[in-house]
Write a protein that binds this ligand. Sequence first.
Ligand SMILES: Cc1ncc(COP(=O)(O)O)c(C=O)c1O
Length: 388
Amino acid sequence: MKMEPFALERWMTTWEMQVKYDIAESGILPLRARDLLELLPEGERAKALETLLGLRLGYSEARGSEELRGLLAATYENASGVNILVTTGAIEANFLLFHVLLEPGDHVVACYPAYQQLYSVPRGIGCEVTLWKAREENGFRFDPDELAHLVTPKTRLIVINTPHNPTGTTLSEAELRCVYALADSAGATVLSDEAYRWLRVPGGEELAPPLFDFGPRAVSVGTLSKPFGLPGLRIGWLAAHGDLAARCWAMRDYVTLSPGRLNDALAAIAVRNRDSIFERNRGIIAANLETARRWFADRANWLDWRAPKGGLLSLFRYHLATPSLDLANLLAERYSVMLAPGSAFGYEHHLRMGIGQDPAVFAAGLGRTAECLAHLRENTPRLAAATE
Ligand SMILES: Cc1ncc(COP(=O)(O)O)c(C=O)c1O
């Protein structure tokens, strides 16, 4: 299996431990272990801490504990623990699904731009991958009518991601029904990467139900990394019908075997108390969105930005000749700011921004970005939108 380098991950690892203002980050400000315990009623905290400290750190149940699988299953319609496989992040869930569902030569349709794993791993397996492209001129929406022209009787898998990384666009319930119907007509499966599930944006769109609820050809992938602010637990999952979760489990025996016990126990606390975590997320998102709206409004004649409809991410265009990788490196090196280069997603003269970080860091990061851009505007040619 030959893999293309994961462009964004390679770039992020160069800078993420060095910069002070990481506003490229794709998640929400992580919780501390203490924050998790503080989600519990005061009278229960000491006992919960004692239980965690007394946990034997042996192998856990391979599929994830029954408790955690039950809690996750309850977030879908008509799911039970057997439909759920707890994985090492959403990244492992996607990886297992690709390997279980696909053979070399299969036809796959994958959304684009995208979290690179979603099309690079099927390519690495030897599949023929057709990209379903979001149209920038259409607010980065994915058009199901276009998808209808891409799906063929040979299509084995359709890969979608909603809310979407990197554009913040969403697929509505009606659009998801169209995607599901197209898969059904081709006898294909739909893998819906729902890493940004539960992350609503004020003024954005109502989030559609998870795809698992749409029928037997649907698979949902979830994670504690983004909506729960717990990426370091490395807990994700897949929700699948029939024997698909069991088949992925059989593949996982050769990879990571089981989740960490402590992580599984902390994850159960988080999922049980998710409403309090989502309340915290709403405060962070609302504050950063307001800061971003003001910042972009002041620069509307040379930065094109649309607030995300859901999730945490958006891609904005700048009208300067500087390539996005050069600009992102300059911001990181001289201004200690991380904004991800659009070129990692195939969108030159764009940068990806996340609105999940500490509001003070976010505002300071945008302030420094303004300094950098003002300097560049005086010293580099401006790109007219029409000439790009
Ligand atoms: C769309 C999408 N899917 C999956 C992942 C992987 O997330 P994790 O493995 O941390 O759950 C990410 C991470 O950025 C993502 O953006």
